[in-house]
Every structure is written in C-alpha cells, then in structure tokens.
Design a binder for this molecule. Sequence first.
Ligand code: SF4
Length: 333
Amino acid sequence: MDRASACLAGPVPDLAAYDRVLLAFSGGKDSLACLLHLLEAGVPASRIELHHHDVDGDQPFIDWPCTLPYCRAVAGYFGVPLYRSWRAGGFLGEMDRQGDPTGAVLFELPDGGLGRAGGAGPPGWRGRFPQVSADLRVRWCSSVLKIEVLAAAIRGQARFFDGRTLVVTGERAEESPGRARYLTFEAHRTATGGGRAPARRVDHWRPIHGWPEAEVWRLIERFGVTPHLAYQLGWGRLSCRACIFGSPNQWATIRAVFPDQFRHIAAREAASGLTIQRCASVVALADRGRPHPAALARPDLVAQAEAADWRLPVISRPWSLPAGAFGEASGPV
Ligand code: SF4
C-alpha cells in the first residue's frame, strides 16, 4: 500500500493478505465497532484475536472490575480468542515504584501458558499519578500500561515472525486533536525488516478513524451488542473508571456509587501531595459535579459493574442507546 495516500484517504488494506488480525480490545464502543466492522468485512473469526490490556493487572485500583469479564463474554459470543496482558503490579505498582524497575509484562498465550517480558530495566521513582497531558512521556499510564504492553506481547512471541499481522486499534479523529493527527495506516511499532534479522511484518490500521460517534452506535445497534456498563451508567467514553481525565460529573458519580474506589484514589492523591488535575483535588472536582442520573437509578447495574463475572446477555433485543451515548467525552486525548 502507498502509505502517503493511505493516511490521507484511509483506504481499507487487503484484509485477506494478513494471516491474523490482532485487535486491541478495551471493551469500549470503538474497539467493539472495530470487531464488528472486521466481521462485516468478511474477516473470519478464526483469524481475529482480541488483546485486552488490563491496566490494574493484579492490583484493583483505577479500572472497572467488570471490564475484563465483559471483554471475555463478548469474545466468547463471537468465537474469537481473547488474550489478557498486563504489567506486573499494574497501575498501582508503577505509581509506587521507589528505586525498582518497571514491572514485567505478562501475556496470555494461545497454548494457555503465560509469556513474560521485561522487568529488568533501570531503577526508577514515581510516587505520583500520571500527568493529565497529551504527552505520553508524562502521562505514563497509557504508554506503560497499554501501548508498551501490546508491543511486548508481540515482540515476546515468535509466532509473529510467521506471516503477516494486522494490528487494529479504534482511535477516532473526533475524540481529540491529537488523535485526529494519527495515521489511518502505518507500519506498527513492532515491525522489523531487512538486514540479517528475521522480518516481523506487522501493520497498524485504524479502521474507524474517520467515523463520527453516531456511526459507531449504528453498527453496535445492528449487531445488538450490549454496551459496556460504563455507557449504561452515564459515561460517554470507556476509560479507566477513575481515569485521570475524569470530569467533575464522573468524580461525583464515583463518589456516589463507588465510594470505596473514590476514597482510595482521594487518599492516594492526598498522600502524594499533588492533585491529579492541576486545578483541583478529586474531592473538589466531585463537589463541582453532579452524579450521572443513570447511575443513581440503577443499583443493579452498579452491582454488576463491581462484579468479577459477567451476568448480563451479550446481545440485547430490543437494543437501546445507552444513557452515556453522545455525552461527556472526557478521557485520554
Ligand atoms: S484511561 Fe485514563 S487513567 Fe486509564 S490508562 Fe488511559 S489515561 Fe490513564
């Protein structure tokens, strides 16, 4: 493919030319739309694999407990494998580093085993939340807990030297000016080629980069897939539940219906001596906001959102637009 024209026009790569399509699957509407789009485009489920990066890893702290079970339920329904990957210690472990290296990346393997990469880097200190910034060098959560985790899972498996791999991610231009600048198609950061080393042929496609939100919901409605509970409880985007970009209304909702998580985050923020957002503490932000009415009205969904297993149907008929659709777009930029 001519990469210059690809990034301008956003053409569809020749999907039949890839031995596998690897979709970074957060469980949010955009990665779900990517999965449905691939299936509609005729990619066999047997060639698709979902990779979910578990931000909390082995220490619950910032994310939705229901996200991983929801992702597994969706993957099971469509008959595609889902591989979980995470950084040892997760968000909390990275934030608490005091002279230790960043934790190893752990990743589930097709044979049921667990791969491991890294964990022997230079010592480092954090002691504070990531900065609310588009710059991934200071907003370390996105890079350390997601982008580098996927890259390590690919680099750590010899099978990716065999044939061609298409990595698919669901960023959309509408989400932020930063994301608008992303290319639609490019070589993936794990691609290698030439020289004496074997080539790892990996391309990166963002198939819904130019889609408006309405198009995403239309596709999900056509399949009737139950959206992640975040949307049903009033969130406009699926991020970590206590995402550093959280709006006053989101912090007010967390305080109202997920009080243990709110207290934990507020205590860690106070202990660090620095607020997550420059303008105010999470307590001050929550004071400014109003809890999402949908969350206050549905204690049953709040309970499911806290659960480590998924008990709702994957397909909802009739399907209805969740309360958070077209709402606040707070989240990573
Ligand atoms: S969703 Fe928010 S808190 Fe979670 S990794 Fe992304 S930027 Fe960080």
